[in-house]
Write a protein that binds this ligand. Structure first.
Ligand SMILES: Cc1ncc(COP(=O)(O)O)c(C=O)c1O
Length: 528
């Protein structure tokens, strides 16, 4: 065995990675410890390193696993410690040179190792210890025009062992995983992987979205054409474009109350004046809507006629017709957000847009929740100048949507197994919804559900009037249960203390435990 590598530079804190001189043991299993020792109970770093390696399960993605192992080790090793040679790692992991090189490249890209050709690879020293001060920026930026919260509750990530009832996107077990993986692989091999997409979207995908709405269109109404479709990178960005293009900064926008927090944020971002219109289990009352249009002179009303987020409300055909009449009478637009089209449980979504061919309804349909949160593809269907203005805004915002994602999304929804998937999904959502309702009934008797949602992903529960929602959410989180305080769904003051509970998150078998925690926290709160 040759001599252990010695650090060339000395001192407490080397400014860059420690370089080594002299001979190196090619088969070294013992990383050198030129400075402080890694933080570990066990003094023998090398032994711990190899234990980690030996315990590794080689069955999955080996590169990711080796990278993760080495990251753990690096985090505990002193700067300048030498990593085992690629040859030693190959032998230890029974991995190919390509796999080891990929892992090394990944670590290199993270900036945590440094390679000295012909010498070895070493743990890199941290360069910055000095706290940075960006205080000057607030002086330069001044106060924001609108205070947009940094992270809405449904976007918060939770630890894997938490019971996540706050989430916005369905758990993996509810997604068509095999269809998505196969579609992405096919898209990667297709021209779409390397070409620019038309601004309004790929024609085949435009045709698919148009056809979906056309299928619901009754005789006597002209169905939308593919050119009426503008493909979006998720419907959230479509909301901003629509509000900018159809209302405009400083103009009023009517919005159901409560309503989707993201629509409220998009409105704030577009600088429009939000005007709440109270909405219940059967949608907004037509006379309230008339009053809001007349008082404000608004020309745009944002609503979710099917399985609204958060209430789960679905408008009856009669209510849809009444609302459409009011919208027409005021020469206005209804922005119909059909986000949960694929999540019908007891009923099927009935787009109001199917009953309009005069361009009053601007229809949003998203695939991000039903196909995959990673395939962010949605579409807006609008006719006439409204469509042109929305497209112009999209062009200015992001030019076009990744053709790769469009091709993958279209591939998934045109497979015969997509329909089977949707049928199974309906069953799973029903079971999850009912389990959460039963769990609430048993453990949170003070929670009141106005109605059982006939689709969608959420329960909207009213709690006793004195409930401090933020405190409740914190107490539940401390016990590993994430809930979403309803406040975020109100464009103005909330009409009461509500929580939104999503039943599409991971581990539905733990819903009863989650409800128990909420019930206990509420009871404690009532005792205070
Ligand atoms: C009502 C509603 N509209 C739009 C969106 C945004 O969806 P996307 O993922 O397509 O941007 C959501 C997401 O939660 C939603 O609930």
């Amino acid at each position: 065995m040759t001599a252990r590598a010695e650090p060339m530079n000395t001192g407490e804190r080397p400014p860059t990675a420690t370089r080594v001189k002299g001979t190196v043991n090619e088969n070294a299993a013992t990383p050198s410890s030129p400075h402080q020792r890694p933080v570990r109970d066990d003094d023998n770093v090398a032994a711990a390193f190899w234990v980690t390696l030996l315990c590794t399960d080689m069955s999955d993605d080996s590169t990711a696993r080796i990278t993760a192992d080495l990251r753990t080790w690096i985090a505990q090793a002193p700067p300048g410690a030498q990593l085992p040679s690629n040859r030693a790692l190959m032998a230890e992991y029974q991995a190919s040179p390509v796999t080891i090189q990929k892992a090394m490249r990944a670590l290199g890209a993270l900036g945590i190792i440094e390679s000295c050709p012909g010498v070895g690879t070493f743990v890199r020293a941290l360069r910055t210890a000095r706290p940075l001060d960006y205080g000057w920026q607030t002086g330069a930026l001044r106060s924001p025009h609108s205070r947009i919260p940094t992270l809405a509750t449904p976007l918060r990530s939770s630890s894997p062992d938490a019971i996540g009832l706050h989430a916005g996107y369905p758990d993996r077990e509810l997604l068509p995983e095999q269809l998505v993986r196969a579609a992405l692989a096919r898209a990667a091999r297709s021209d779409a992987a390397l070409s620019q997409s038309p601004a309004a979207g790929q024609p085949e995908l435009q045709a698919w979205f148009a056809n979906e709405l056309a299928e619901a269109t009754p005789a006597g109404v002209t169905p939308p054409a593919p050119r009426d479709v503008v493909v979006l990178p998720g419907s959230q960005s479509g909301l901003s474009s629509i509000f900018r293009a159809l209302a405009g900064s400083g103009q009023p926008l009517l919005i159901e109350s409560p309503s989707y927090w993201g629509a409220i944020l998009a409105a704030a971002q577009a600088g429009v004046q939000v005007v709440p219109v109270p909405s219940g289990p059967s949608g907004p009352a037509p006379d309230e809507l008339v009053r809001a249009f007349e008082e404000t002179g608004a020309r745009v009303f944002y609503a979710q006629p099917n399985y609204a987020n958060p209430t789960g409300a679905q408008w009856s055909p009669e209510r849809a017709e009444q609302v459409l009449d009011v919208v027409r009478a005021h020469g206005a637009f209804l922005v119909e957000d059909d986000w949960a089209h694929d999540f019908g449980i007891d009923t099927t979504a009935q787009p109001v847009a199917a009953h309009d061919d005069a361009g009053h309804v601007v229809y949003l349909r998203s695939l991000t929740k039903s196909v995959s949160p990673s395939v962010r593809v949605a579409a807006v269907i609008a006719r006439g100048p409204a469509r042109d203005r929305i497209l112009a805004d999209r062009g200015a915002e992001s030019m076009y949507v990744s053709g790769l994602l469009q091709a993958a999304a279209l591939d998934v929804v045109t497979q015969p197994r997509w329909r089977t998937h949707l049928r199974n999904l309906r069953q799973q959502l029903r079971a999850r919804r009912d389990l959460l309702i039963d769990s609430l009934a048993e453990h949170v008797p003070h929670a009141h559900l106005d109605h059982v949602p006939r689709g969608g992903l959420n329960l909207w529960a009213r709690l006793p009037d004195a409930t401090n929602l933020d405190q409740l959410a914190r107490d539940c989180e401390a016990e590993g249960v994430m809930i979403a305080p309803g406040t975020e769904w109100f464009p103005a003051e909330p009409s009461g203390p509500f929580i939104r509970l999503n039943y599409s998150g991971p581990n539905p078998d733990r819903f009863p435990d989650g409800a128990r925690v909420i019930g206990r926290a509420l009871a404690r709160y009532a005792d205070r």
